[in-house]
Design a protein around this ligand. Sequence first.
Ligand SMILES: Nc1ncnc2c1ncn2[C@@H]1O[C@H](COP(=O)(O)OP(=O)(O)O)[C@@H](O)[C@H]1O
Ligand SMILES: [Mg+2]
Length: 593
Amino acid sequence: MIKTLAKSIRQYKIKTILTPIVMIGEAAMEIFIPWVMSLLIKVLEGSTSDPSWLQVLVGNITSDMLGQVAIYGGIMFVMAVLSMACGVLGGKLASEASAGFVANLRNDMYTNIQRFSFSNIDKFSTSSLITRLTTDATNIQMCFQMMIRMLIRAPMLFIFASVMSFRIAADIAVIFLIASVVMALVIVFIISHAHPNFKMMFEKYDELNAVAQENLVGIRVVKSYVREDHEIEKYKNSTKSVYDYSIKAEKWLTAMMPVVQLIVYGVMILVLAIGGNKIIYGTGLDVGDLTALISYSTQILSGVMMVAMVLNFFAMAKNSADRVSEVLEEKSDLHNPENPVVTMADGSIDFENVSFVYKDGGEEILADINLHIESGETIGVIGATGAAKSSLVQLIPRLYDVSAGCVKVGGVDVRDYDLTFLRDNVSMVLQKNVLFSGSIAENLRWGNKDATDEQIEAAAEAAQAKEFVEKIPEKYEYDLGQGGVNVSGGQKQRLCIARALLKNPKVIIFDDSTSAVDTKTDALIRQSLQKQSPEVTKIIIAQRIASVQDADRIVVLDNGKIADFGTHTELMQRCEIYRDVYYSQVKRGEENA
Ligand SMILES: Nc1ncnc2c1ncn2[C@@H]1O[C@H](COP(=O)(O)OP(=O)(O)O)[C@@H](O)[C@H]1O
Ligand SMILES: [Mg+2]
């Protein structure tokens, strides 16, 4: 997991490595300042026992007490400035490294998501992908920043302050170590209680996003069913759960600071008591040493606390890191072949013993399908909802791969084609189609980015979209709005058809693409298609018999199997399912008339 994430550090590697180094500088200065201060106090006290190298050095420069005070003061000032500089620089480096790293991480996730196949997409819900791209990435950023700033600095502070303390007074240093262990235990106890709540909080956060996202995508449906109050309630419940868990978690964390302070002050009192005794009875400790010891005690304990905090952050971010690496590690299960075919003989289609499941071990959706479709034929596909009509045609442009058998276009297995080439030549109008924000022309150019205005017009005309587009004052520059909300359902379907036609494909598939278009326009679309591109193989999935009865041949799908395949007349004679559908619709037609 860490390896997967670390790949995204890239150009921020130097900053990532430099941060802890600079932070070590800060820690070193923090360690030395109390030492220099203790020397200064010794000078003021007039204590001359066991002088250190710095005392000797300063003593050689000047024996004047005021002069010495000035030198020590100067050294401390420079160290303080250096420490500050290191701190500021380290903070800057850390924030740049972490922000840059997470920007890369987000881009890497997004890039991988764009490469997902349909079955990859089926594995993740949209809302959870959004949480991974936003909240989870932010958690990782915070944790990463903390880690590179603290993870080296804190142990350094701890080790060096301990060494210095031992040199001054081993018995007092032992107290520090015991206090450190106590503090570590207390913090671990607190964090282990807070942590499950944080984990739950993030899970609830996921749910919150899911609720909001589902609602916002379907807000028009929510309104038309007057479900606002119900939806508000749902969202309220979600925010309440997040609130509850964060309160529970924070309750534990708020206990942390007072406990830590208690330990720190307790240690100080002990040091003052024992150290004071030693000074009074003159057993080798002076006031300078005592002030240094007090500084070191806080440094040791704050070192312990910082390590604990980093570990806490790490534990919190671990879930996020797992979820982000899941996205990064998800491999698209559609691969381009080694030597892809980039020519297509014609638009003939063969299904040879095809069976298909969506998930390994899942229910068999298509079984033993054998079909031969001639190039240029118009094929109707009819069958009840859930009969696997969409599943069948999605195999042709390789939106999914077959589980067994093979699908051929132009006599070549679809898995041998270059994927982009295949999808350019097998154009599909999806059942759940969407348009994107932007103008009509921009949306149509998804089919062919270099299409001329004339080509766009021609495609719109064939899809019977030209008339209504030209009635709009802005015409092809009209903005469709997010998801194409600014046009009606039937108009949207016609624009989707025009977009697919612009690809100039060899095979074109309409998956229930004219369901919202009136019967007359539906017929006009089929006529103009036949006239404009007679050589293109057309597959038309429809609910209405009228949409398919003129087709060269019609596939009747029943529960994932081909019930029959033939012309309208043949099917009327021999296929009961087809006859039933026909009569039910004709009767309904008569009733409506
Ligand atoms: N993405 C998917 N993941 C799992 N099962 C699916 C998926 N899409 C469709 N199915 C299932 O496959 C079966 C056939 O669906 P579909 O091909 O959409 O039927 P149709 O287009 O004829 O209405 C249904 O039982 C449906 O629940
Ligand atoms: Mg369908």
